[in-house]
Write a protein that binds this ligand. Sequence first.
Ligand SMILES: Nc1ncnc2c1ncn2[C@@H]1O[C@H](COP(=O)(O)OP(=O)(O)O)[C@@H](O)[C@H]1O
Ligand SMILES: [Mg+2]
Length: 370
Amino acid sequence: MENKKFIEVKDLQKTYDNGHQAIKSVSFSVNKGDLVCLLGPSGCGKTTTLNMIAGLLAPTGGDILVEGKSMIHVEPKDRNIGYVFQNYALYPHMTVLQNVMFPLTVGKGKKSKNEAKKIAKRYMQLTHIEELADQKPGKLSGGQQQRVAIARALVQEPKILLMDEPLSNLDARLRLKIREEIRALVKEVGITTLFVTHDQEEALSIGDRIILFNEGTVQQNDTGDNLYLEPVNQFAANFIGNPVIDNFKVKVENDYVVGKGFKFAITDLKNERFKKTLQEGQTYTLSVRPENLLPLMTEVKIENDDHYLEADIEDIELIGRERVLKFTNDGNSERSLINLEHQVKRGDHLTFSFKLKRVYIFDDNGERVY
Ligand SMILES: Nc1ncnc2c1ncn2[C@@H]1O[C@H](COP(=O)(O)OP(=O)(O)O)[C@@H](O)[C@H]1O
Ligand SMILES: [Mg+2]
């Protein structure tokens, strides 16, 4: 049992009745007690995947195992899974207490009224909604409704908690607060959790691991650090990070990587970081995060292998502690992220240094080469 994965999703597939292939082939596993984020753009198949794990939707291929046992033919109510739906789905005619107790008052594992109340109150305490016990959901704020939905999902003490974009209906500041609360809560309860979001920052901040989806496939299944620092392909590089990563068109010519206004020798790159070899005459995308492409006016530590690029600043955006400088290179818009204390004006002509040890190179299929 020790080294067995708690949840194992194997070659999972879903083609809807209209012929749409929402999940092409998805495989991943989740360790017991982990909070794993399913991250990806709208329509990539996150909800479809959760619904198959919960048993609300039948897969058209593959398998889902929990503690080594296939769930495919197990009824949803026997899967022991708590589900917080995107729209909360609270019962409007019941009070908060009745909503939270509800799962304990129906079905096989039905509890006595007193017992159900006691358990419900414990989870209402954990989610900070005790004082709302007698209110109807219609009177509650989004954040309060969210907490009721979480408490209701937890009362049966499920093995697995599924949460589908639980924060998407909340305003920005509340989102930050509740995501911290959710992480603390699921860690305290010790429940294995799959948390769906389309927000990369949310995923980076709460996930023990992140499974990045696109078009019904897994792009990268990794820690947040690795997704940010070592994206396996162009999609992952572009999806993670704010401001978004900078992409430059380059071509390999006479053993140099040549972009518009800059070039460097292939021998300047580190051998051990190559995944594939660069092909003479081929075009590639050179990518670097905006914090690794800094104007020389900042106290950038110049390193031997840094390379330079000149540009006119077209726009400047203030994002709190930092400024985003925007410019164009070869028709692509690029960004540099500098400290607030540095003053830059629109129209300034700056020299940027990019850190070769922090660049990525992707081929025209989006596969990582370097
Ligand atoms: N019942 C359905 N019939 C046909 N296509 C569907 C159905 N439900 C979802 N889809 C499609 O499947 C894809 C994945 O949907 P979904 O899992 O809801 O994505 P996500 O949750 O990542 O936004 C989307 O293209 C969506 O339009
Ligand atoms: Mg969805």
